[in-house]
Design a protein around this ligand. Structure first.
Ligand code: CAA
Ligand code: NAI
Length: 246
């Protein structure tokens, strides 16, 4: 029960990695708030956790919209004593080669994957500062470290997430708040459904562990960074990718 007495808010908590994380955190004793654009999926995950004896709530949010995020933060704080752990996990892709990438596809990914992380952190950090503690975990990607064909927008956003993580580690560390990032490789969730089969086949061969990741592989990394076991880790980017270098 590593997270006993803690409240964790997980954005994108209705999706592949988010759902597995919410379930794991609930098993570890946390009260989990599942915040997702898709209200029905968030509700489903919360109900599933409640049915197995866990403590969970669902909130609809569009992380790209600062007003929606403010409402999420107010709702989360009124239903809990405070949010101890924030997992900035919501994300989307709009993959396209640079020559064909539209301004809209560029902007959508920047708004959700980069600005969304900024909005949620800015909304929830003041109450962490007040209490002098908190753990923020941002979801980057190995694409933000190494780049990837067809992902100009996504790579830019995820590299930006790494930059914000390192900046906030410096700004917020002295206030008792740790900020780290997880950079997953290719994980079996709906997000990779759009990747052509030939690309997946090539990738699988270049992963030293010879398999794609599972949502739980990432959830364990989030758990480590959310628990007291990582109390002296700040500003790091933990790669969870089976050793893949793309
Ligand atoms: N590695 C190697 N080659 C690749 C490649 C990759 N990742 N992606 C595309 N290519 C190659 C194709 O094989 C093709 O080569 P040939 O011309 O020799 O056949 C060439 O680039 C052009 O590709 P397409 O014919 O597919 O071009 P398109 O315009 O129809 O589609 C695309 C372009 C939308 C980028 C499509 O190729 C694609 O979806 N690629 C995969 C992008 C990807 O890896 N996305 C990851 C999503 S999951 C995620 O984002 C999570 C995370 O953090 C890792
Ligand atoms: P997913 O598509 O299964 O889940 C993403 C969730 O985010 C969905 O439930 C979706 O409704 C929610 N979401 C999308 N836009 C939102 C918005 N504007 N506001 C609130 N919620 C929103 O994808 P997955 O794989 O679970 O992704 C989780 C995170 O992990 C993302 O940040 C993704 O970029 C990252 N990631 C995923 C990898 C993979 O291979 N699956 C690899 C590396 C990083």
């Amino acid at each position: 029960m590593r997270l006993n007495g803690k409240t964790a808010l997980i954005t994108g908590g209705g999706g592949g990695i988010g759902r597995e994380t919410a379930r794991l955190f609930a098993r570890e004793g946390a009260c989990v708030i599942i915040a997702d654009y898709d209200a029905a999926r968030a509700r489903l995950v919360a109900d599933e956790i409640a049915a197995s004896g866990g403590d969970a709530a669902a909130i609809q949010v569009d992380v790209s919209n600062p007003e929606s995020v403010e409402r999420m933060a107010a709702q989360a704080l009124s239903s809990s004593g405070g949010v101890d752990i924030l997992i900035n996990n919501a994300g989307i892709t709009r993959d396209r080669m640079l020559s064909k990438l539209s301004r809209r596809e560029w902007q959508e990914v920047i708004d959700v994957n980069l600005s969304g992380v900024f909005h949620c952190t800015q909304a929830l950090v003041p109450q962490m500062i007040e209490r002098g503690s908190g753990k923020i975990i941002n979801t980057a990607s190995i694409v933000g470290v190494h780049g990837n064909i067809g992902q100009t927008n996504y790579a830019a956003a995820k590299a930006g997430v790494i930059g914000m993580t390192k900046t906030w580690a410096k700004e917020l560390g002295p206030k008792g708040i740790q900020v780290n990032a997880v950079a997953p490789g290719f994980i079996e969730t709906p997000m990779i459904d759009t990747v052509p089969e030939k690309v997946i086949a090539k990738l699988r061969e270049s992963i030293p562990l010879r398999r794609l990741g599972k949502p739980l592989d990432v959830a364990w990394a989030y758990l480590f960074l959310a628990s007291a076991e990582s109390d002296y880790i700040n500003g790091t980017v933990l790669e969870v990718d089976g050793g893949l270098v793309i």
